[in-house]
Design a protein around this ligand. Structure first.
Ligand SMILES: Cc1ncc(COP(=O)(O)O)c(C=O)c1O
Length: 454
């Protein structure tokens, strides 16, 4: 057995540390040389079950043959011209697919849905804010605690966790943050929703005037923030407040989109349509591409030239996205996500019933997390405990990543093409690691004759 210091993986990490800026965070010493479906192979040929999916990018699975073929085919014909310079088929075809799959306008109205393409989630977030500002002629934005919207300066302003932004300011002005309506396991949703909607209405009187408010941006299920699900009643309340005051409602679907929650978009669970929404991650099957989708009545109010960029909607990335969406339909991945979600949730609930340190099991579809707290007290988040569980999983051949402002949740973003046996094997490894680190230790037996003597 090679020691960690003489493996190819260790050498690659040493080379990385010599030349790569440490600001590019490193969650583990794992390396990746190739991947297939729901497994990764490292630089030394060791296989791992992938429960991270490239942080929610690989819903379609690694190296799907149809996606790879579409990439190769497009690359052999046209790699780049820039959409501002020449219009090409894959850009238009992808926008056509997006507006068909993700209608934002209300049916029966004269409105329609439009889209535009960029490269990353953060860029899509930035562009959605720029659209909202131009459409409303207002500047202010409300966002939420625990939010993650990316690392560019505007997106980092909207992001909550200081670990992603410390020292990077000054940030964008006119951004206001309210508590995300967190509903914990076993808690009644209605009072939380009533309290947080009242807080929002109060904020429109004591914090920012509605006439100055361009947008409210929220994740339908918080990603980095730890998979807290936005209650449908709160989403409806947001919709009502935005309609009342002409505020743009933006749902950030970057992590929730393209099958993860069992639907194309998590907004479909909420019974509420946003005005605008950024999409990225699993849309491109691994290639960098993102979109803003929105009501034409909002999108049409922007000045030509204010959106886009040199690489936005690159032809090869568009071809990958079109093939990814096609394969997701063919394989029925929305239904598969719902099934996988049931399997994962049942396992998490069963572990939680045995381990008091588990203080929440939450999520939507196959976007599920399990949260750990010291002594089962939710006010004492156990980030180090989660780090130990994740390290053991990695040693046993399972790649899994944390979530939450305190990194005290473990999240599952496994490729949706994972077969039942591999999913079960991954869950077995995770369960064993949890029981090893977090199960209550049996009470020490009382010493024999302890009561005798004195
Ligand atoms: C909800 C959400 N929005 C935006 C982003 C930023 O995406 P990117 O890292 O592609 O810029 C992420 C990334 O994790 C995300 O989860």
């Amino acid at each position: 057995m090679p020691t960690p210091s003489d493996t190819k993986a260790a050498e690659l990490i040493r080379r990385r540390d010599r030349v790569v800026c440490p600001g590019v965070g490193r969650l583990s010493d794992l390396t990746a040389a190739s991947a297939d479906g729901a497994t990764l192979t490292d630089a030394d040929g060791r296989e791992y079950i992938d429960f991270a999916g490239g942080i929610g990018v690989m819903n379609i699975g690694h190296n799907d043959p149809a996606v790879v073929a579409a990439i190769n085919d497009q690359a052999s014909r046209l790699v780049h011209t820039g959409i501002h310079v020449a219009t090409y088929e894959p850009y238009v075809a992808l926008c056509e697919r997006l507006v068909e799959l993700l209608p934002h306008h209300e049916p029966g109205t004269s409105d329609s849905t439009k889209a535009m393409l960029v490269n990353t989630g953060a860029e899509a977030v930035e562009n959605s804010i720029k659209i909202a500002r131009q459409a409303t002629g207002r500047a202010a934005v409300i966002c939420f605690t625990g939010a993650f919207h990316g690392r560019t300066l505007l997106a980092a302003t909207l992001t909550s966790k200081v670990g992603y932004k410390a020292g990077c300011g000054p940030f964008m002005p006119e951004v206001y943050r309210l508590p995300f309506p967190v509903v914990r396991r076993g808690q009644d949703e209605a009072p939380v929703v009533a309290r947080e909607l009242a807080r929002l209405r109060a904020a429109l009187k004591n914090t920012v005037a509605p006439r100055d408010l361009a947008a409210i941006i929220v994740e339908p299920v918080q990603g980095e923030g730890g998979f807290h699900v936005l209650p449908g009643a709160y989403a409806k309340g947001l919709r009502d407040i935005c309609d009342e005051h002409g505020i743009t409602l933006i749902f950030d679907e970057v992590q929730t989109g393209f099958g993860r929650t069992g639907k194309w978009g998590a907004f479909e669970h909420l019974g509420v349509r946003p005005d605008l929404s950024p999409w990225a991650k699993s849309m491109g099957g691994g290639l960098p591409i993102s979109a803003v989708v929105g009501k034409a009545s909002v999108m049409d109010r922007v000045t030509p030239g204010t959106l886009g960029g040199t690489y936005g909607g690159n032809p090869v990335a568009c071809a990958a996205a079109l093939a990814t969406i096609g394969r997701m339909e063919e394989l029925g991945l929305n239904a598969k996500a719902t099934r996988d979600g049931r399997t994962i949730r049942a396992r998490f609930e069963s572990i939680a019933n045995r381990v008091p340190a588990i203080t929440d099991v939450r999520g939507l579809g196959a976007m599920l997390a399990i949260e750990f707290s010291v002594g089962g007290d939710p006010d004492r988040p156990d980030g180090p405990g989660v780090a130990a569980i994740i390290a053991t999983c990695r040693d046993k051949g399972l790649l899994v990543i944390p979530a939450g402002v305190d990194s005290n949740a473990i999240r599952v973003l496994a490729p949706l093409v994972i077969d039942d046996a591999t999913l079960a094997r991954g869950l077995d490894i995770l369960e064993a690691a949890i029981l090893q680190h977090a199960a209550p230790k049996p009470a020490a037996p009382a010493p024999a004759h302890a009561t005798q003597g004195a």
